[in-house]
Design a protein around this ligand. Structure first.
Ligand code: HEC
Length: 107
């Protein structure tokens, strides 16, 4: 009986010492990413500034080339409308233009 009580107390002590779900501190490291060389130029700054907060810029650079302006316009529109990317309307046009220059025309 004494042993059982002691066992219970020990278990309770353990539970008390363990960080509870609500008190757990989780440390997130900000995602580190180097800018791909193809997006390192001045003209791509607006893309870098707007398009890497949620996902890697690899999402952009690995798209098939030559898909044209409409593809990139649709992508940027989708990011804003569906995923709520905080892009200024005036910036959206500049982003589409920059992406189309880089990736839209087959080069
Ligand atoms: C608010 C978050 C957010 C921002 C900011 C954002 N995206 Fe996305 N993007 C997403 C999500 C979510 C997906 C889908 C991820 C998946 O399927 O794994 C995605 C996927 C993509 C894809 C892959 C193809 C597709 O449609 O799924 C491309 C290309 C893309 N984003 C381009 C962009 C561009 C260009 C910008 C800058 C204007 C941008 N994203 C900014 C959330 C974002």
């Amino acid at each position: 009986m004494i042993a059982r009580i002691a066992g219970c107390v020990a278990i309770l002590a353990l539970i008390g010492a363990a960080p509870g779900a609500s008190g757990r501190v989780v440390h997130y490291q900000p995602r580190e990413e180097t800018i791909p060389p193809i997006l390192s130029d001045e003209a791509s700054q607006i893309v870098v500034a707007n398009c890497m907060s949620c996902h890697s810029l690899d999402y952009l650079t690995t798209q098939p080339r030559g898909k044209g302006t409409k593809f990139w316009r649709d992508e940027v529109t989708k990011m804003i409308a569906v995923y709520k990317a905080p892009v200024e309307p005036a910036d959206a046009d500049a982003i589409v233009a920059a992406l189309d220059r880089k990736f839209g025309g087959g080069g």
